[in-house]
Design a protein around this ligand. Structure first.
Ligand code: GLC
Length: 560
């Protein structure tokens, strides 16, 4: 049976950065409402909103202190309902970001749990005791340091936090927790949201909390096998989604499975008792990547290395994702999100910035699967330059301020701005007024310089924005939504594939390099391309593609 989300094309809105309607420097829900027409005109049909629940904002909303209310910084329930209704009226679906692995430490459950070991909510979280003055194990948190934090007034009593210490993990072993989270999710499904992005769900089951992870280091280590993708994740997930689908059988469950490989993604999307666990999985391993050689600054200050696409591994990776998922779902097609540096910073060729972005988008989004476009990607936005360590909102980065000598700070900040997620969360540049139409107030994230804007790109028929609109028009057709996918043999650094439906074929040829290339063509008479980037020319049985060029032809079935 066809579901609405079989045709999902998703736009990710980071609410604090999209549009500020009340001029406090922070984007809000009314701002999103004001820009719904823009989103619709881009050619997407679904919006994913990063978390907007009440939160102390230690992790920009992923630390929820009340799941039943909207953070006043973003608006209120009436505005949320209005957003859902107005989006629906435009034919747009709305996905909420549902944080289920942890709460904020300010959540009333945790506040009560802190009061006494006998609190009814103590067991909502994960507690362990030790008598040797050390945490129960050597596991490291994703945000640095140990996953354990000591109770402020009970020495030797520790609670577990996979992310920030102000984000204690929920104890999903406890049936009351499972029930409570189902209740919260039901509340939102009943409010009319069309789907949930399940934040970090692969971590809801933990291994033996007293087992150290093998390492030579004295420091805590991120011990993924101890807390990711354990068998009980599926058990808990199954109960959760089954209850929600009783209310809305068409609810779209988009699971964030950061470390999922294609096999795990297939496992999480397989049908159990007649309905899929998740409908699709966002994995951070969707594209093969290769670290660039370390810069001097990265070496000296142990900074993260930049990554680029591993073009040699790309064809295999595409085929694997498409094939392994074919029985259960389709791949999620995306380049970046709020946890990564921007696509244009990581993957574009600086010598052919716009053209390389257009060709990369053609290569990915016309494959079979659901695109997710990170707001501003359609303008070709790059990471912005942040000029203060504190602006990165990251404890590890903040610590550098006192370590790096003054003379070297600007080089370190520049490097960090290229690789850090916060530098990819800039406010949306709508026009060329002082705060770029985002707000009349100084935006929450101060950046150096101005960015290209929607207004500017609207005027230019060749802009990245106008290209994305054309590309998504093509993506919306039945051929590119439903057509069978087949990768064809092609020279190194090119990706060539077909989509086929009822004898109609879309042939997509992309050159992902700065060199011209000749791709041999099937014996067909190809007319004008439906969509093209850069320069191409057909000679005999070859298509010459100039650097970073691409072409999409419509044709009939052929044997390759
Ligand atoms: C997810 C989010 C990330 C957040 C983390 C903790 O990975 O995408 O932004 O910090 O979960 O909720």
């Amino acid at each position: 049976m066809t579901k609405w989300y079989d045709n999902a094309i998703i736009y990710q809105v980071y609410p604090r950065s999209f549009q500020d309607s009340n001029n406090d420097g922070l984007g809000d829900l009314r701002g999103v409402i004001q820009r719904l027409d823009y989103i619709k005109a881009l050619g997407v049909n679904t919006i994913w909103l990063n978390p907007v629940f009440t939160s102390p904002q230690v992790d920009n909303g992923y630390d929820v202190s009340n799941y039943y209310t909207i953070d006043p910084k973003f608006g209120d329930m009436a505005t949320m309902t209005e957003l859902i209704d107005k989006a629906h009226a435009l034919g747009l679906h709305v996905l909420l970001d549902f944080v289920l692995n942890h709460t904020s430490d300010k959540h009333p459950w945790f506040q009560d749990a802190l009061k006494s070991p006998n609190s009814l909510f103590r067991d909502y979280y994960i507690w362990e005791k030790t008598t040797n003055g050390l945490p129960p194990d050597n596991w490291g948190s994703f945000f640095g340091g140990s996953v354990w934090a000591e109770h402020p007034s009970e020495p030797g009593s520790y609670y577990f936090h996979l992310f920030d210490q102000h984000m204690p993990d929920l104890n999903w072993k406890n049936p009351e927790v499972r029930e409570a989270m189902i209740e919260v999710a039901k509340f939102w499904v009943e409010k009319g949201v069309d789907g949930l992005r399940l934040d970090a769900f692969i971590h809801i089951a933990k291994g033996n909390l007293h087992q150290n992870y093998p390492t030579d280091s004295d420091e805590p280590v991120v011990a993924e096998p101890m807390f990711a993708n354990l068998p009980n994740v599926v058990t808990y997930l199954q109960e959760f989604v089954q209850e929600l689908r009783k209310i809305n059988p068409n609810l779209y469950i988009l699971g964030e499975g950061a470390s999922a490989d294609p096999n795990l993604a297939a496992l999480y999307t397989r049908p159990v008792a007649g309905s899929a666990l998740c409908d699709a999985i966002v994995s951070f391993r969707n594209l093969p990547k290769q670290a660039r050689p370390q810069t001097k600054v990265e070496q000296q200050w142990h900074l993260r290395q930049q990554e680029k696409l591993d073009l040699a591994a790309l064809p295999d990776s595409i085929v694997t994702w498409q094939t392994v998922l074919a029985q259960t779902t389709e791949p999620v097609l995306y380049f970046s999100n709020h946890d990564m540096p921007r696509m244009a910073t990581v993957y574009a060729d600086p010598e052919a910035q716009e053209q390389s972005l257009k060709t990369l988008a053609t290569m990915l989004y016309l494959q079979k699967g659901a695109p997710i476009i990170y707001y501003g990607e359609e303008l070709g936005l790059t990471n912005v330059e942040l000029t203060r360590f504190a602006a990165f909102q990251d404890n590890t980065v903040a610590a550098l301020k006192d370590q790096v000598p003054a003379a070297e700070q600007s080089a370190v900040l520049k490097d960090l701005s290229q690789t850090h997620k916060t530098a990819a969360r800039q406010v949306m540049p709508w026009d060329d007024t002082p705060n770029q139409g985002f707000s009349k107030h100084e935006p929450w994230l101060r950046v150096k310089g101005k960015q290209t804007s929607v207004a500017e790109q609207e005027q230019d028929s060749d802009s990245v924005l106008n290209f994305y609109r054309s590309l998504l028009r093509l993506k919306q057709t039945a051929l590119f939504m439903k057509g069978d996918f087949c990768l064809l043999n092609s020279p190194a650094k090119t990706i060539v594939f077909t989509r086929e439906l009822n004898g109609k074929v879309g042939l997509v040829l992309t050159n992902l390099s700065a060199q011209s290339v000749a791709v041999s063509l099937p014996d067909l008479s190809l007319g004008k391309p439906e969509l093209a980037v850069g320069h191409w020319q057909i000679t005999d049985s070859e298509l010459q593609l100039a650097p970073w060029s691409s072409a999409v032809f419509m044709t009939e079935h052929f044997d390759n």
